[in-house]
Structure formats: C-alpha cells, structure tokens
Design a protein around this ligand. Sequence first.
Ligand SMILES: Cc1cc2nc3c(=O)[nH]c(=O)nc-3n(C[C@H](O)[C@H](O)[C@H](O)COP(=O)(O)O)c2cc1C
Length: 262
Amino acid sequence: MRVNKDQLKRMKKNEFVRTAIEYVDAGVVITDPELPDNPIVYTNNGFEKLSGYSADETIGYNCRFLQGQDTNQDDIDKLRLAISNKEKIKLEIKNYRKNGEVFWNELQIYPVFIESEHQTYFVGVQQDVSKRKYAEERSDHYLEQVKRLSTPIVPIDRNVSIVPVVGEIDDERLELLLHNVSAHIQKSGDEYLILDLSGVSHFTSQLHKGVYQLNQLIKLMGAMLMITGIRPEFILEGIESDFSLSTVKSFSSVKQALVSIQ
Ligand SMILES: Cc1cc2nc3c(=O)[nH]c(=O)nc-3n(C[C@H](O)[C@H](O)[C@H](O)COP(=O)(O)O)c2cc1C
C-alpha cells in the first residue's frame, strides 16, 4: 500500500527531526513510560559520546545506569517525582560514563505528548557541564578561604588575641568579624581583643559602626576591646555620630596596647 501525501510529509518530517537530533552535540534520549521501567527507546550520537555507551547497550534500559555511588539521592528523588507527575525538570546531577569517569550532567527532561500515538514519551537532554561545576567548586573554595583569611584571629598571649584588619570592610566582612570574634572569645575565654586597624585603607562610617558594635559585644562577653593603628579623623568622625567610640580604649600601636595590659 502506498503512503498518502500526509503520511509522506510526516515521514519526511520524522526523518528530518531524527537527522537534526543526530547532529546535536548534547545527549538526547527518548523513553517510553508505557513499557516496564520506562526504558530508553532512542538515543542520539551525542548521548553515545557523552556516556560512552552505544545505542545497543542502552536501548531497553532505564537511564539510572548512569548513576553511581556519589549521585545525590535528593536529585534522584526529584527526578522520580517529576517523572511520575509528568512534569518537566532541569537539574545538575553527578553521573558516570561507561569507563567509570564521573561527570556533571545538566539534565533536562520533558514529557512530550505524541498526538499520532496518543501517548506521552519523555525526552531527556544531557549536557556535560563538569568544567563549569569544577570551576564553581574551586571558586567557592577560594572564596571561603579568602573570607576566613579576611578576619584572622591570632592568639598572642594567654588571654589576648589580635585581629589585624587589612583592606576595606563591607557589611559582609563586618558580620563575619562579629560572628568570628564572639565565637572565638566564647571558646578561648580571652580577656582582651586587640583590633589592629593600621592596614585599613578607608575609615568609613560603616567601619565606625562596626567597631562600636564589636565593642558592645565584647563588653557583654566580659572582655575588653582595644583598637590600635587608627588615624585621628576616625575618632573625630565618631564624636558626631550615634556610635561614639569614647569608651573604646585606643592605642597608636599594638606594642603600646600590650604594655598597658601588663
Ligand atoms: C527521558 C529521561 C532521561 C533521563 N536521563 C537521566 C540521566 O541522564 N541521568 C540520570 O541520572 N537519570 C536520568 N533519568 C532518570 C532515571 O531514569 C530515573 O527516572 C531516576 O533515577 C528516578 O527513578 P528511580 O528512583 O526509579 O531510579 C532520566 C529519566 C528520563 C525519563
């Protein structure tokens, strides 16, 4: 029986779509949820390249073979829920290639209703985003280090610690400083904290308020704040502000502050 014009058009369209998908760099899989365990019924070249598995090795199997020991269970739960609700989903999941290599898979899954078959299929699009993920992980790690190093608390005597502040102080750094100092004093039981501001580039009103808050906090914890290395304009600004530093002990150098403690 010869196909009619409409069928011919549809076949051509199917072939066109199939060829186009084969040229896509990303992995593309189609699964059939009407079959037991929602197995793959189609994969493109991109998927073979990404996963290392040939189409013969994957057709008929559920995509979970890409998961492994380090795949986050929460991600798998999210996928299961979205698929059972026939909702689209996009997430980044740790997967494994055939050779055991781990990669970050940016996975998108769409339920697609195929009119002619009166059935919903799932289309999955996979992209290897490992490079970006590892770069993000590295930069998060460095940012964490920078933050930690931006408010170092150095114990210099039995009951004295010093915080050398270098550079500019913004809200985030101030909050970190208050948090770290209170945790440190609670743990160490230090009686004195020297805040050395000789490395500060700008004496802003924000820093002024921060020193005031730090002083209040330290007093409440039964310890004493001493500031060193400040410039006269810093004190002058405080006279007019709501955050007077008149009760904060100030010294021109760390050495002087230490002498006064002894
Ligand atoms: C179209 C489609 C593509 C999928 N692709 C992947 C994939 O690339 N990586 C992955 O870890 N899971 C993928 N999955 C999810 C798993 O097949 C499975 O649904 C998930 O592990 C949750 O179900 P389970 O708890 O029964 O394993 C895909 C699912 C569908 C429907």
